[in-house]
Design a protein around this ligand. Structure first.
Ligand code: NG1
Ligand code: ZN
Length: 461
């Protein structure tokens, strides 16, 4: 161990003088800006612990539920448990040692714990999604490498996943395989994912040739509306159904709904509040954004009628009316809800005996591309016709119209994002190549006519 090298590198992760921290139940936690030295030193300590236990040790960079400006670090012991209490004390001493005392404290730990420095060391590292976490995890890695430890950086990981990895690695895979996927996607198997707050859902599968198929909100809306329409037909009830989409709905889905299923389709501005509002106009209003936000609304009149029919009708018709009555309760009519949408979808697939491939085959999505363009002020773009036409800046819509004409089955629109400081560009066409090229050309038009900043949009994705 070259103490001078350690001292030199430690100075690059210098401790703010006088800062005192405590290794508590959740390791160290404080403002991220005060943690660089702690991370470096925990990298050193993890190597010593690994050498002493002849095992893999984990280091997790996270401050869990604390505010974004905080961060933290904790070590994971060989069987995936929390760090042993005696080493928590070492962690505290090492983190709090002033720069000039760091070497002495480090040697003290090595001696006290009889660490054999010749022993190999291995450290696994994980981090949360805080903006500061990536840089701080690199400081951990600096500490590990300076003590010649080997490491594997898992990048983004949940805390329990890191504990699990450590346990698996130290039991030669007996406890389990040290992989983070958790889920193996077998071919043609139905899968679904929610977004972070579980108000969006998408389904997907990989076919026998290994191709990935995404089943988005448009296809979920199609499945639900065809099911509801069939049930209404069976009980001879003519309730007024409407499907609400945004301009991001794939052109094939709109065509299928209107021309094959014969249900009226309406387009609103992006954002669930607009879709929800429009869906309230129907007896049964089905609304979904392509990205999986959506639900179904039943008017009070429709609900009462269905409830009444579930009591009055007989035999199979009664069963169907009962099914409709139950499905009303399965939807979350307050807002799009991934869990309730999943339960509805699963119920429909089971009742209809549909595989995910059969569902997917209802129609084929038109190839499409979404891009973002940075402009000085995205509010210079004003739109109309549910965001499908740009009214300002002058000339932009004309330019888009000219570009769209060059491609088959094409469509494109631009709008300022409501959640990011960008202009979103959407294009679809008969081939992926055309959709990509149209999206690129429209991006250039936005860049030129709407005050693009930074580098001009480049072709290729
Ligand atoms: P913006 O950033 O306004 O495009 C995005 C989604 C919306 C909606 C909101 C709120 C797209 C293209 N846009 O809005 O559909 O989900 O976030 O989450 O998917
Ligand atoms: Zn969400």
């Amino acid at each position: 161990m070259d103490l001078d090298v350690i001292t030199k590198y430690s100075a690059l992760h210098a401790k703010p003088g006088g800062l005192i921290l405590q290794y508590g139940t959740a390791g160290f936690r404080t403002k991220a800006e005060h943690l660089d030295h702690v991370m470096f030193r925990m990298g050193l300590l993890a190597v010593l612990r690994s050498k002493q236990t002849k095992s893999t040790i984990g280091v997790m960079v996270t401050a869990s539920h604390n505010p974004e400006e905080d961060n933290g670090v904790k070590l994971v012991d060989p069987l995936g448990e929390m760090l042993a209490p005696s080493w928590e004390e070492h962690a505290t001493c090492l983190a709090n040692a002033e720069e000039q005392d760091m070497q002495r404290v480090l040697i003290g730990i090595i001696e006290k714990e009889a660490v054999n420095l010749q022993q190999d060391a291995f450290v696994v590292i994980g981090r949360d999604t805080r903006p500061s976490s990536e840089k701080l995890s690199h400081s951990v890695i600096d500490g590990v490498t300076i003590l010649r430890g080997q490491f594997h950086d898992y990048g983004l990981l949940t805390t329990p996943q890191l504990h699990y990895m450590v346990y698996c690695r130290n039991t030669s895979g007996q406890y389990g395989k040290a992989t983070i996927e958790g889920m193996e996607m077998k071919s043609n198997e139905r899968c679904c994912s929610f977004d972070g707050d579980a108000d969006r859902i998408v389904y997907y599968y990989r076919d026998a040739d290994g191709h990935f198929h995404l089943i988005d909100g448009d296809k979920i809306a199609t499945l639900i509306s065809s099911f509801l329409k069939e049930l209404l037909l069976e009980i001879g009830e003519n309730l007024n159904i409407g499907v609400v989409q945004t301009a991001y709905a794939n052109g094939s889905s709109t065509r299928y709904l209107e021309e094959v299923m014969k249900v009226p389709v309406y387009c609103t501005k992006t954002g669930v509040k607009h879709l929800h509002h429009k869906a309230q106009e129907f007896d049964i209003g089905i609304y979904f954004e392509a990205n999986g936000h959506g639900t179904v609304l039943f008017s009070k009149v429709a609900e009462m009628k269905i409830k009444q029919l579930a009591k009055e009708l007989e035999d199979n018709k009664r069963k169907v009316a009962k099914m409709l009555e139950n499905i009303i309760d399965l939807f979350n009519q307050a807002a799009g809800d991934a869990i309730s949408d999943m339960l509805v979808t699963e119920a429909i697939l089971a009742l209809k005996g549909l595989t995910i491939q059969q569902w997917d085959a209802l129609y084929t999505d038109l190839p499409n591309r979404q891009l973002k363009v940075k402009v000085a002020d995205r509010q210079v773009i004003n739109t109309t016709d549910a965001e499908r036409q740009a009214v300002t800046p002058p000339g932009l819509q004309e330019a888009i119209n000219g570009l769209v004409k060059k491609y088959r089955l094409s469509r494109a629109f631009v709008r300022p994002s409501g959640t990011e400081d960008v202009v979103r560009v959407y294009a679809e066409a008969d081939s992926q190549e055309s959709a990509d090229s149209l999206a690129h050309e429209v991006s250039l038009a936005v860049f030129q006519l709407a005050g693009g900043v930074g580098e001009r949009p480049q072709p290729g994705f």
